[in-house]
Design a protein around this ligand. Structure first.
Ligand code: AMP
Length: 576
């Protein structure tokens, strides 16, 4: 290989966190994080919008929070890519009053990080890898990408945070074969992922999490406890800041005080425990999706500031029945992983392959309002899959394809990401042949291709900006609901399928009866199917059974039809 004569422009690795953000680059083959002029490698993800239009970012903005709570924007990551009210969290500021948006605010943080990097590197930079929680959906990933572009950064890759953490952990273990879980509890989000590392490749086997669970919640509960004891107004920003500081001190000490009030670690743990326990189901789900038992994991890696809490470590130890791995600096692992990925993309680190997975299933609505999954949840991306569909009704000359994301059986309960209309020549039922292909790129951006195979006409759709129009439900809520409603959903799916089958069967039975005359058994079976179809109670199992009985009864009709036809033919040919 020829030596490089020009110093190539480095690619930034950025952890755009809920509470703090970090930036790094690969320098002489090593990933390093960059410090600002005060020597700090971590920038608070806080933006201040002064009345005179002046914008401040980071520690400066955070210092002014108590003075200007409504003009200081914190935890904007909880809002990005969501509709107003969808985040399930009411910030102490109003972005619309401030005439800004989560994308613009995130862009300010990214501009600041870019400036930190340019100052440290003494050269301009224009490309970056940015991390997002594994649970971010298309809308949230795209919004993050737009924030990067607004900050004049070409976003080469949107990387899942646990994947980044595993990359930081696994860089010196590239020859090994390991299965690891990354337990990431930060300020605002919780992520759990199971990954497999083998010969320098990383494959995410499963991910789960809660985008509304983190240290901030514990701060709020502790602040309520403190303001209650000290008779201070709740929601006072100083109490909230005091609570966070007490919480952090209690990670090392048994007691801490605030305005003369002594708080013990045991008290904090009593308050925090129910929140920490909310991670349990997600962990079990990630393990079961990966098809692993806790003892089959090689390591459970802790990342995110909140994993410094002894309670969290105890809880993880108990849940996974092993000592958690605390080798990574919980605040820096993700940024380091993003930097490693940036180094790989830029060619300054040897190639490590990174495989990511889909957090939610992707599919389309089919006849009867059912969800037809094309790319299942937890599929490794990039991924490509397709299926053929036909027309359910005669003389139909187009098909409306609704692209859905979610885990529910009925289309209406999933999120619509977009729709395409595919025209085709009208014909009898079942005559059209429309192929639908989903292709998910490495960033989780979905391209949909629908082709009428008779005319080879393609209709395509890229789900990027339009993915903002997802319904007012949250990703983890989707998973929880798919479990909660599993029974009802399955009943509705069986009902719908049975109903479609009955509607196909009945006209055929009527026709056969007309030809063969009476068959009391068949007539009774058909009447039972009709009765169940008309009944308001949607008894799916009964309808399915009745269909089966009718089908069986018509088998004898079919045999009779064949026998009669043969007999007639034999008679015609004078053989009997
Ligand atoms: P992250 O989002 O990973 O930057 O994590 C930030 C969260 O970690 C915040 O909720 C912090 O309060 C919390 N945190 C940081 N240090 C500690 C500590 N020593 N003990 C407990 N929580 C901490």
């Amino acid at each position: 290989m020829k030596p490089e004569t020009l110093k190539s422009e480095p690619i930034l690795g950025i952890d755009l966190g809920t509470t703090n953000s970090l930036v790094g680059v690969v320098d002489s083959g090593f990933p390093i994080l960059l410090a600002d002029e005060t020597g700090s490698r971590s920038t608070p993800s806080v933006v201040g919008l002064a009345e005179d239009g002046k914008i401040s970012v980071g520690a400066v903005a955070l210092r002014q929070r108590a003075l200007h709570p409504t003009r200081t924007i914190t935890s904007v990551k909880r809002l990005i890519g969501r509709r107003p009210g969808e985040a399930g969290w009411t910030p102490p500021y109003s972005l619309s009053d401030l005439k800004t948006s989560p994308v613009e605010v995130s862009a300010e943080i990214l501009k600041h990080l870019k400036a930190v990097a340019e100052r440290a590197l003494e050269q301009p930079v224009s490309r970056a890898v940015i991390t997002v929680p594994a649970y971010f959906n298309d809308a949230q990933r795209n919004a993050t990408r737009r924030a990067g572009e607004l900050a004049r950064l070409e976003v080469l890759r949107i990387l899942s945070e646990p994947t980044a953490a595993a990359l930081a952990y696994g860089l010196d273990k590239l020859g090994e074969h390991q299965k690891v879980a990354v337990f990431d509890l930060g300020g605002g989000t919780f992520d759990i992922s199971v990954l497999e590392m083998r010969e320098g490749t990383f494959q995410v086997l499963s991910t789960a999490g809660d985008t509304q669970l983190g240290g901030d919640d514990i701060d709020r509960l502790l602040a309520e406890f403190i303001s209650d004891r000290l008779k201070l107004p709740p929601n006072d920003i100083r109490v909230l800041e005091g609570a966070e500081s007490v919480k952090k001190r209690l990670s090392n000490d048994e007691t801490a005080s605030f305005h003369g009030l002594h708080i013990t670690r045991a008290e904090l743990e009593r308050i925090a425990r129910p929140w920490i326990e909310r991670t349990r189901l997600h962990c079990l789900r990630a393990l079961s999706d990966a098809g692993l038992k806790p003892e089959q994991l090689d390591e459970v890696i802790l990342v995110g500031g909140s994993t410094r809490m002894p309670l969290v470590r105890d809880y993880v130890r108990e849940l996974f029945q092993r000592e958690p791995n605390t080798s990574q600096n919980p605040d820096e692992a993700i940024a380091l992983g993003a930097t490693i990925q940036a180094g790989i993309l830029g060619g300054s680190l040897r190639q490590v392959l990174l495989l990511d997975v889909t957090p939610l299933s992707l599919g389309i609505e089919t006849f009867g309002g059912l969800m037809n999954i094309i790319i299942p949840r937890n599929t490794t991306i990039p991924a490509k899959a397709g299926e053929m569909f036909t027309n359910a009704v005669a003389n139909q000359d187009n098909m409306l394809i609704r692209i859905l994301q979610g885990e529910r059986e009925l289309a209406k309960d999933n999120w619509e990401l977009g729709r395409i209309e595919v025209p085709f020549p009208a014909g009898p039922k079942g005559s059209a042949r429309v192929g639908v292909q989903f292709s998910l790129d490495a960033n989780g951006i979905l391209n949909v291709l629908a082709r009428d195979t008779a005319t080879n006409t393609d209709s395509t759709l890229e789900i990027s900006g339009t993915a903002i129009d997802v319904e007012d439900e949250r990703v983890e809520q989707m998973i929880a609901e798919s479990v909660d409603f599993a029974f009802e959903d399955m009943n509705e799916r069986i009902w719908t399928e049975a109903k479609l089958k009955a509607e196909e069967l009945l006209p055929a039975v009527d026709a056969a009866l007309a030809q063969l005359g009476e068959s009391t058994e068949v007539r009774e079976c058909a009447a039972e199917v009709r009765r169940l179809l008309d009944s308001p109670e949607h008894n799916a199992a009964a309808l399915k059974a009745a269909n089966q009985k009718l089908d069986d009864a018509t088998q004898s009709l079919a045999v009779m039809l064949i026998e009669r036809a043969m007999e007639e033919s034999l008679v015609r040919r004078g053989l009997v």
